[in-house]
Design a protein around this ligand. Structure first.
Ligand code: SF4
Ligand code: MG
Length: 346
């Protein structure tokens, strides 16, 4: 859980209520080595905040991070370095994350040295650099090693950023929209590289994206986030082909699909994402949900298991067991009074 305090202004200073942005609320995820886990949601859903919490770039408001079952808590310093050796992050904009006055060699050497992977002499260090560039398919390495960021394409820069993360020899890679700033034509190449690295280096990858179609292609497991909480999860094929939660259905209906005429594509048009300072009561999706019922604004829905037939299958199991679940009352055992529709469905 992460709440950010809101600075008070003007007349708000008079208000006594402590205000905060409830950016991430009770999110639980489990990542597995050798697997890609996607976290999908629109901007402002809190998905980047989850990545930054996992990278320990922000302190969390409550909750725990465990590696191989061991709780980790670093609060900066040496222990943070030991953690960041195991858990590395790559960002959306490779241009912003690389220093324009330094070459590829500088960026990669620094990462190798910080994490103790630069070898014991110049020859070993050079070999480690060549290995990193080869791993991210920047070959021949001598063509790239003394270049500055501005001399590279967007895709090449993102590959350098990935190589720098690999310089730590991590177990976990947190990838926050790693291809969304790249040209469409080169996105697939970078995703394929990440998938290849996942297999060869047995990495656990968290893939954060607003593009649910790419999650289907690239991720083994997919979680959908709405307004700070996870609303659906399961294997990627199931979540994207047989979405159970009304929000996931909306996301899929509003994604551009080359096989459908534009007129059929909904604009996701049943409203705006909610304020996270004063989030809607109960199910946070209820103001936008075409299926909202009497119970929805009253009580936040727990996770319910979804069967292979797409129907309700009782309470969900442990988070991260890979089974399909949705946090939605449509799959709950409700009284007729609770089931009364809030609005007419068209
Ligand atoms: Fe819609 Fe209710 Fe399900 Fe929320 S709990 S998604 S409002 S039906
Ligand atoms: Mg973001």
């Amino acid at each position: 859980t992460k709440h950010f305090p809101v600075r008070k202004r003007g007349r708000e200073l008079l208000s006594r209520a402590v205000r905060s942005v409830r950016a991430v609320e009770d999110v639980t995820l489990r990542l597995h080595r050798g697997r890609v886990t996607a976290l999908v949601g629109e901007s402002g859903s809190g998905k980047s905040t989850v990545a930054r919490l996992l990278a320990q770039l922000y302190p969390r408001t409550s909750g725990a991070i465990r590696l191989h079952g061991e709780p980790v808590d670093t609060k900066g310093g040496k222990r943070f370095r030991a953690y960041s050796k195991r858990v590395q992050m790559i960002f959306q904009d490779p241009f912003a994350s690389l220093n324009p006055v330094h070459t590829v060699r500088y960026h990669l050497t620094r990462a190798l040295k910080i994490h103790g992977n630069a070898g014991t002499n110049a020859a070993e260090q050079e070999q480690a650099l060549v290995d990193l560039l080869t791993r991210v398919q920047l070959t021949p390495p001598e063509r790239y090693i003394d270049k500055f960021p501005h001399e590279l394409s967007g895709g090449q820069r993102q590959r350098v950023a990935i190589a720098r993360a690999l310089g730590a020899d991590p177990e976990v890679l947190l990838a926050d929209e790693p291809v969304s700033m790249l040209d469409v034509s080169i996105r697939l190449g970078v995703l394929n590289l990440l998938r290849d690295l996942k297999e060869r280096l047995h990495l656990a990858i968290l893939y954060i994206t607003h593009d649910i179609a790419s999650a289907r292609y690239f991720a083994d497991e997919t979680f959908v986030m709405y307004a700070g909480g996870i609303v659906e999860g399961g294997d990627s094929e199931t979540v994207t082909q047989r979405p159970a939660h009304p929000y996931t259905q909306l996301l899929i209906d509003s994604a551009p699909d080359p096989d459908r005429p534009a007129a059929e594509v909904k604009d996701g048009g049943t409203g705006e994402p909610p304020s996270l300072i004063t989030p809607p009561s109960g199910c946070r999706f209820h103001p936008r949900c075409p299926h909202a019922m009497k119970v929805c604004p009253e009580k936040a829905p727990p996770r319910f298991a979804i069967g292979d037939d797409g129907a309700a299958a009782g309470a969900a199991g442990a988070v991260g067991d890979g089974a399909h679940f949705a946090a939605c009352w449509l799959y709950g055992d409700l009284s007729d009074a609770d089931r009364v529709k809030l609005r007419r469905e068209d």
